[in-house]
Design a protein around this ligand. Structure first.
Ligand SMILES: [Zn+2]
Length: 95
């Protein structure tokens, strides 16, 4: 199952994304930097701070769309279906 969080989809997306991270500590997240380029992270990656981090610190985490799943394979399939190139985060090393 894949869930997407993006400011473009309406209010409350930052909070929903943080809730998903808290609920899925072993999940994976694609940060969509552009339509053609994304980076795969582990859900707890330090790039996103603690899951209780609010938007006041750095702004909404969902300014760039976040695509989340507990299945890395499902996320990579999702990206392949959109011809999105995926880099692995060198900080949390999802592979
Ligand atoms: Zn990361």
């Amino acid at each position: 199952m894949i869930e997407e969080f993006a400011d473009a989809d309406g209010p409350g997306q930052h909070e929903a994304f943080q809730r998903w991270r808290a609920d899925n500590p072993t999940g994976y997240v694609i940060n969509c930097r552009t339509e053609a380029e994304g980076m795969l992270h582990l859900s707890p990656c330090g790039h996103y701070g603690d899951t209780d981090l609010g938007p006041e610190a750095w702004g909404n985490l969902t300014r760039h769309r976040k695509v989340c799943s507990t299945s890395q394979t499902a996320l990579l399939d999702w990206a392949r279906g959109r011809s999105m190139a995926i880099q692995m985060c060198s900080s949390c090393k999802p592979t």
